[in-house]
Design a binder for this molecule. Structure first.
Ligand SMILES: NC(=O)c1ccc[n+]([C@@H]2O[C@H](COP(=O)([O-])OP(=O)(O)OC[C@H]3O[C@@H](n4cnc5c(N)ncnc54)[C@H](O)[C@@H]3O)[C@@H](O)[C@H]2O)c1
Length: 355
């Protein structure tokens, strides 16, 4: 039987809610494999993932068992019908806030008055094998604090789910190799999200000789991530745009937009628009729309990242896990088409590719 995969989580927001409740869904429905990219990765199932530590700053989350904290306001992720998450025995601890609480978060929650924990010490004491970073976009200082604690101090794996460039930073890459630590990032490319679809459409058009003049993508939802992206989404615009423009070998004009629509809660809409030309420069116009549960879409990718990370740890592989980064993140160190990246990650899983 496969061993448990011990993870620590930074940021008990909607994505963590979907991850914890989703794992419980598969535990309680062992014959249901719908919604999984991989049922097993080298013998590991999603139900082998075990949280052993959790960090947040929200007064309604800190001090609570993780199974309760995931339902504290302002979390609002999709509730899996009839799923109850049992007590985890993991108490959410207060992390240093740094830039994780911009002014516009005032209306959403209050910061805990508990003293800051020593993140690296908590990681070491918990026995976590990797840290999953799910804190808000643009919290660059806090993201680096978590990366330092995991990669430099505790010397455990690091998954960067948000758009601060950590895994793309040559200095973190060097230290990760030096400390024998695998890293995956930056910024999750959701299961079937705006980025995955926009890339597929752009590549389809390019391969069929369609010249793309301009394209945009607008995303809206009612969760805190979108409220935050409207106020400070600079790094997310970058990771989203580069994920598409990097695949097209001519300059492409692309815009991305985010809007907060409160009544949509965690349901995200992505709208895609292309102004293009086909044979003889004749005009071609394309529009499409996706509606999806935003945080579940994220969690479906994390369960694979965690298992690839564990496979790397089992094999003693350190540094950037290129294939997992290219297939599963928006801003990997190396951008390649998804059709190639999926083959690379499958080869990595069976040991035919080192990273
Ligand atoms: N589909 C998706 O939802 C998706 C896709 C790709 C990337 N992401 C990224 O994942 C991240 C998390 O998204 P979310 O929807 O869960 O956001 P969220 O706002 O629901 O959760 C973020 C959590 O981090 C906590 N936090 C803030 N500062 C902190 C600090 N210093 N230390 C520890 N915790 C802190 C907040 O209190 C909150 O609980 C975001 O950066 C987002 O851009 C999300």
């Amino acid at each position: 039987m496969a061993k448990q995969i011990k993870v620590a989580i930074a940021g008990v927001g909607n994505c963590t809610q979907a991850l914890i409740e989703g794992i419980e869904y598969y535990r309680q429905n062992p014959d249901d494999t719908r919604g999984l990219m991989n049922v097993e990765i080298e013998g590991y199932k999603v139900t082998d993932i075990l949280p052993v530590a959790a960090f947040d700053i929200n007064a309604d989350k800190v001090g609570k068992d993780l199974s309760e904290a995931i339902y504290a306001k302002p979390n609002m992720a999709y509730r899996y019908p009839e799923i109850t998450v049992p007590k985890s025995g993991v108490t959410v601890v207060k992390a240093p806030t740094l830039d994780g609480y911009p002014e516009h978060f005032n209306e959403w929650f209050e910061v805990s008055r508990e003293p800051d924990c020593d993140v690296a010490q908590v990681l070491k004491d918990s026995g976590a094998e990797m840290l999953l970073n799910f804190i808000p976009t643009e919290s660059h200082a806090a993201a680096r604090l978590f990366a330092d604690a995991a990669i430099k101090d505790a010397k455990i794996g690091f998954v960067n789910g948000m758009p601060t460039l950590i895994v793309c930073d040559p200095e973190y890459q060097r230290i990760a190799v030096e400390n024998g630590v695998p890293i995956i990032g930056d910024d999750v490319k959701s299961q079937l999200g705006g980025t995955a679809i926009h890339r597929a459409l752009a590549v389809l058009m390019y391969n069929r000789g369609i010249h793309i003049d301009k394209t945009y993508q607008i995303n809206y939802a009612g969760n805190t991530d979108f409220a935050n992206l409207m106020a400070r989404g600079k790094s997310k615009h970058k990771t989203k745009q580069e994920a598409v423009t990097s695949l097209i070998p001519y300059p492409l004009t692309m815009s991305t937009g985010f809007t907060h629509v409160p009544l949509m809660n965690d349901r995200k809409t992505s709208y895609f628009w292309f102004d293009a030309a086909n044979f003889g420069n004749a005009p071609l116009h394309f529009e499409a729309k996706l509606e999806v549960e935003d945080s579940a879409n994220f969690a479906g990718v994390i369960v694979d990242m965690v298992r690839y990370m564990r496979v790397a740890l089992d094999r003693g592989t350190s540094g950037v896990l290129d294939s997992a980064c290219s297939f599963l993140t928006k801003h990997p160190p190396v951008q390649i088409p998804d059709s190639v990246a999926v083959e690379h990650v499958r080869e990595f899983a069976v040991g035919a590719r080192e990273r």
